[in-house]
Design a protein around this ligand. Structure first.
Ligand code: GLN
Length: 540
C-alpha cells in the first residue's frame, strides 16, 4: 500500500517547509523510494494564477499548465520529478468541487457540510496525488497549525491517519526555535511545545519534530523537546539556517531522517547516494562568481523569480562557478544612468512580467546589452521587450509597442508588434486567453538556439497572453532579427536571436521551470557559458 508523509508547520509561517519536503523527497528518491508530492494551500483562490507575486512569490507553471505554488518548483528541482494539476490543491478547489457536486445532486438531498463532505474531498485529493511509481506521497500543508482556514485539512489528515494506521502514515512537524534577542540564552523551546499541544488538541500526535533555528540545536533542547512533545529524541531533527538551500538535504541525512522515516513506515530502501548532489552544492558555493543582472519589476524579491534564480545557479554550478545576481528595478533604470546600473555584469536577463510598468526600463537594458554585445537572455515578457526594442531602434519604427502597454486601447493596429490574436491568428485588440503549459517548438538549423538545445524539436512551458504579431515577422527578419524557434503547428514565434557572435537569445516560453540542479537547462547553460567566456575560459 502507498505510504503517506504529512508535513505541517508551527509557530510562524515561512519556515521552509517546502524546502524540507523537497529535501526529503530527494533523499528518499536517492534511496530508491518512488515519491509523489501534494501541496495543500488553504486559501480560497482556485490556484496561484491570479495572485500577486509580491505576496505569494512566483507562480510556478507545470507541464500540464497548472499555475501553482512555488513549492512545486522546489519539489520538482530537488526530487527531479514532474508534477501537475493534482499536486497543488487549494481550499478554493475543494469547495468548488463540493459545490459543483451539490448542484449536480450528487449528495442525494443530504445537508452538505465540512464534515464529512469537505473533509472527504480533501481525502480524495490525497489519494489522487500519487502515481503508480509513488511508494510514498509527501503531503505538505501550507500555513501554520491553529490557522482557522487550515482546520478542514488538519481534520482530513487526522481521519486519514486513523484509517490508514501507524504503518502507512506519519506526521512531521516543522517548528521554529527562536532565540531571545538580548542576551545569550540559547534557543527557546516553549513555542514548539505549544505547537505540539495545538496539534494534540486537533487529535494529532507528531512522529517527528523538525526544529528550525538560527544556530545548531543544543542537546539539552533536543532532550527537553522530546520529553514535552512525546517524540523520541532521535526523531527531533535539527534544521539550522544554511547559506544555500541545497545544503538542507545533507543536514537531514546526517541525522538519518530518511532512514528513520523508512524504518517507521517499513519501506525498504538502499543507502542513498547523494554524492553528485553534494558536488553540485559545493560548486554552487564556489567563491568564483559569474555576475548576472536581472532587470525586472519585482526586483529585490528573489522569491518572485525563484525558478529563474535557481536555473541560473544550476547552470553556473555546472560550469564550475558560483552566481552573483543583481536584481535591478526596471523603473529605476528608466530614469537613471544605465551604465551605472549595468556596468560590471557579465550577462543580462529580462524575465517574465505583466503590465506596462517598467517596460521602458527593460527595453533600455535590452538596448544596452545589444549595443555592447553583452550576453542577453529574454524570457517571455523579456522576448516581447526585445522585439519592440528591435522594432524601434533597428527597424526604425518609433511607435512600436506591445498591445499590453496600451491601457486606453488607442494604439493604431500597425504599431502592435506584440499583440493578442483572434482564433484565426490575426492581430486583435481584445480577448486572448493565457497560453499555458508545455508547447512544442521547432528550432532553426544552424541557430544558436538549435546549438544550445542540441535538438530540432523541443518543448517548453508557457504562461502568457500576448504574441509576436505574425504580420511583423517579415519586417523583423528583413532587418536582421532571426526567428530561430516557431510553434510547429501555428507558426507562432517562440524564439528570436541576433546573428553573429553575440549571444542574444529570447524565448516566449519559461525554460527556467524545467532546470534541475543536476540537469541544468541547455539555454541557461549556453547563456552562462557566453557570460563566462567574457571573463575567462569556461570550465566545461
Ligand atoms: N504579459 C505578457 C503576456 O501575457 C508576458 C507574460 C509573462 O512574461 N509570463 O503575454
Amino acid at each position: 500500500m502507498r505510504k503517506h508523509i504529512f508535513i505541517t508547520g508551527g509557530v510562524v509561517s515561512s519556515l521552509g517547509k517546502g524546502v524540507v519536503s523537497a529535501s526529503l523527497g530527494l533523499l528518499l528518491r536517492a534511496g530508491g523510494v518512488g515519491v509523489g508530492f501534494l501541496k495543500f494551500d488553504p486559501y480560497l483562490n482556485r490556484d496561484a494564477g491570479t495572485m500577486n507575486p509580491h505576496q505569494h512569490g512566483e507562480v510556478f507553471v507545470t507541464e500540464d499548465g497548472a499555475e501553482t505554488d512555488l513549492d512545486l518548483g522546489h519539489y520538482e528541482r530537488f526530487a527531479d520529478v514532474t508534477l501537475g494539476k493534482r499536486n497543488n490543491v487549494t481550499t478554493g478547489q475543494i469547495y468548488g468541487s463540493v459545490l459543483e457536486r451539490e448542484r449536480r445532486g450528487d449528495y442525494g438531498g443530504a445537508t452538505v457540510q465540512v464534515i464529512p463532505h469537505v473533509v472527504d474531498a480533501i481525502k480524495d485529493a490525497i489519494l489522487a496525488a500519487g502515481t503508480p511509481e509513488s511508494d510514498v506521497v509527501l503531503v505538505e500543508l501550507g500555513g501554520t497549525i491553529g490557522d482557522i482556514e487550515g482546520m478542514p485539512f488538519i481534520e482530513a489528515i487526522r481521519q486519514f491517519m486513523l484509517e490508514r494506521g501507524h504503518r502507512d502514515a506519519v506526521l512531521l512537524h516543522l517548528a521554529l526555535l527562536p532565540g531571545v534577542p538580548a542576551g545569550d540564552k540559547g534557543v527557546k523551546t516553549k513555542p514548539a511545545q505549544h505547537s505540539a499541544q495545538k496539534l494534540r488538541e486537533c487529535g494529532l500526535q507528531m512522529d517527528f519534530l523538525l526544529c528550525r533555528s538560527e544556530t545548531p540545536m543544543p542537546e539539552e533542547a533536543r532532550r527537553k523537546l522530546a520529553l514535552h512533545t512525546n517524540v523520541r529524541p532521535e526523531r527531533v531533527i535539527d534544521v539550522p539556517d544554511v547559506q544555500l538551500i541545497y545544503d538542507v538535504p545533507r543536514h537531514l541525512s546526517r541525522q538519518n531522517l530518511d532512514r528513520l522515516l523508512c524504518d517507521r513506515l517499513r519501506l525498504s530502501r538502499r543507502e542513498a547516494d547523494v554524492s553528485a548532489w553534494r558536488a553540485f552544492a559545493a560548486a554552487a558555493a564556489s567563491p568564483r562568481k559569474v555576475r548576472i543582472a536581472v532587470v525586472g519589476k519585482y526586483s529585490g524579491m528573489a522569491d518572485c523569480y525563484k525558478s529563474l534564480g535557481e536555473a541560473l545557479l544550476h547552470a553556473a554550478a555546472a560550469r564550475g562557478s558560483g552566481l552573483e545576481l543583481g536584481w535591478l528595478d526596471a523603473e529605476e533604470i528608466e530614469a537613471g544612468d544605465i551604465n551605472a546600473f549595468l556596468a560590471g555584469y557579465d550577462g543580462l536577463v529580462v524575465p517574465g512580467g505583466f503590465g506596462v510598468r517598467g517596460a521602458e526600463g527593460k527595453m533600455r537594458a535590452v538596448r544596452w546589452a545589444r549595443e555592447r554585445k553583452v550576453p542577453f537572455l529574454g524570457l517571455c515578457y523579456g522576448l516581447q521587450c526585445a522585439v519592440v526594442e528591435f522594432a524601434r531602434n533597428v527597424c526604425g519604427v518609433r511607435g512600436a509597442m506591445s498591445a499590453e502597454w496600451d491601457e486606453e486601447d488607442r494604439l493604431p493596429a500597425g504599431d502592435r508588434w506584440i499583440t493578442l490574436l483572434d482564433n484565426q491568428g490575426r492581430s486583435t485588440p481584445r480577448g486572448g486567453t493565457l497560453r499555458l503549459g508545455a508547447q512544442p517548438c521547432r528550432l532553426l538549423p544552424g541557430s544558436r538556439a538549435r546549438e544550445a538545445y542540441g535538438e530540432d524539436c523541443i518543448s517548453e512551458r508557457h504562461r502568457h497572453r500576448y504574441e509576436v504579431n505574425p504580420e511583423k515577422v517579415e519586417q523583423l527578419e528583413r532587418n536582421g532579427l532571426v526567428v530561430s524557434g516557431r510553434h510547429p503547428e501555428n507558426g507562432l514565434v517562440e524564439i528570436v536571436e541576433l546573428p553573429g557572435d553575440q549571444w542574444f537569445v529570447a524565448t516566449q516560453a519559461h525554460p527556467e521551470f524545467k532546470s534541475r540542479p543536476l540537469r541544468p537547462h541547455p539555454l541557461f547553460l549556453a547563456f552562462i557559458g557566453a557570460a563566462m567566456s567574457g571573463k575567462e575560459p569556461a570550465a566545461k
